[in-house]
Design a protein around this ligand. Sequence first.
Ligand code: ADP
Length: 616
Amino acid sequence: MRSLRELMGRPVRPAPVETDGLTPPAPSLRVRDIFTRFWPDARPFRVWLGLSLTLVVVAPLLDTATIWLFKLLIDDVLTVHSLSAFPPIAITYLAITVVLGVVEFTDDYLTAWIGESFLHRLRTRVFTHLQTLSAGFFDTRPLGDTLSRLTGDLSAIENLVLSGVTGIAAQVVKIGLFAGVLFYLSWQLTSVSLIAVPICWLTARFFSRRIKVASREVRRRGGSINAMAEESLGNTLLIQVYNRQQAEITRFTEQSRRSVTAELAATRLRAMFSPLVNLLEVAGVMVVIGMGVWELTSNRITLGGLLVFLAYLSQLYSPARGLGQLSTTVYAAAAGAERVIDLLDQQPDVRAPTHPVPLPHPHGTISLDQVGFRYPGATTDALNEISFTVEPGHSLALVGTSGAGKTTLTKLLLRLHDPSTGAVRLDGIDARDLDPHQLRATMSAVLQETLLLDGTIAENILAGRPDATQAELVTAATAADAHEFIIALPEGYDTRVGQRGRLLSGGQRQRIAIARAMIRNTPVLILDEPTTGLDTAAGERILTPLRRLMTGRTTIVISHDLATVTEVDQIIHLDHGRIIDTGTHSQLLARNGDYARLYRTHRRRPHRATEVSAPA
Ligand code: ADP
């Protein structure tokens, strides 16, 4: 039976550590730390933030003036029945409204511009960071969860760092302004009405903590849904072949239901907050009205004065309530920000040296010296005491049963991981002392899982060397035996290959990969089971272009298809991560040991590839 990995044409990721399908929690952080962490991203916008803050101050000033006009209206026009005092009040009122409109528009637009620009910066920063992480990181993290951190959780940071700051500043300004006017109108009434403020503050504190916990759960659940959907939709072939649709629907439904429960729990808290504050507010207003009537009867305040006092008071309560609500928003946003910080704190396993050794003209000598390797978290070594040298232009084959460590070895050559012991050297220089970009620029890889991007055929081949000319493109495709099938396609080189190249056959994908390696023209070539997944005819079809590609390059080829490795200069037989035999094909056969047995087993099943051909 063909392995799942082959069936899916993509590696099967080890199951992430999770409990009931839930992604692991991000470490909890204080809001202040989150803020300090992201403030540098907001720094370039500080001038605009300042302007936005100014507008935020102007708006409540204008509000204050409008309410004051009402006092004048009641005391100077309505109470004394004077029409002549009305026109200036009316004109001022209209003028203020126009100015307020302009201020609000500018503020809305400015806020959106700052917010979006900030998000853009942050998004690209996180994405850039993800690009530096080692391939191993993505093996252990559900991709869907990472995506949900890059989108939803990232937006939450904007709520915290920008809207949070301007929001709090605006509310504080309003509170100061209205409290000032209230004191001016009647300090006795004001003192009474401010009693509600500390109670509101305590209520907000009580809720914000709980809301943060609930929001963290909502974010995690959101990430889990994405992770589950990505895993399931990315494996549709497996799911359909094994009739697992219903099981997947049940799994998804369960995740979705849990997300609903978490969201409702958070909403209950948020929704409870508002009526509670309302109640406090109304109670405060009642006390003030009672006191106000008493002040009115003893002529210490006018009717207009009392009415605008109440109007200002309601203006004071609204920012106070806003401040409380904002603290809950900020805490909810913190839960998302924690998940982004968790991503940003991941360090790549493979680091570039501070002073890389230059390698201007690589010859392509590959040598391994007592290399051992253990995957992070594994209990046994994947490789042990591996030593060999391949001279420039020579070829070496790694053979052995599945799990022997062949793929791991190519990962070390490409420096996707560093060896735990020993050293991998290129032209005698330890790979760790070279700039990883330069190291990889000396190598081309044709892997069993052909990596194609969702672009045109030309784009995929040119990914090997983007500055190649059209003529070089055609030469490479011809050498890879791909030109003919490409020009037979409706749009030739401009045909799109679909996601992961799904619109092409396995053999066609592999020939594109060979063309890409041809055009890249590097001294070192790594072939990881290039014929895997192809039927016998397609497998044989790519042997000729592969031989052309290997000519003059240091080649390391992995294969369990021993027919493809008989011509190499040196064969290394791996078993359980150790070298058990080495020599040329004829030397190894003559020894009549494990290799000969492996070879005979293989020869007895010449049509292995057809026997396991993919349904596609
Ligand atoms: P081969 O290519 O010869 O089939 P591999 O190099 O893929 O073998 O695997 C060698 C060993 O390392 C196996 O025991 C495998 O289970 C283990 N292994 C491979 N990839 C990982 C990984 N990402 N994490 C932990 N162990 C791994």
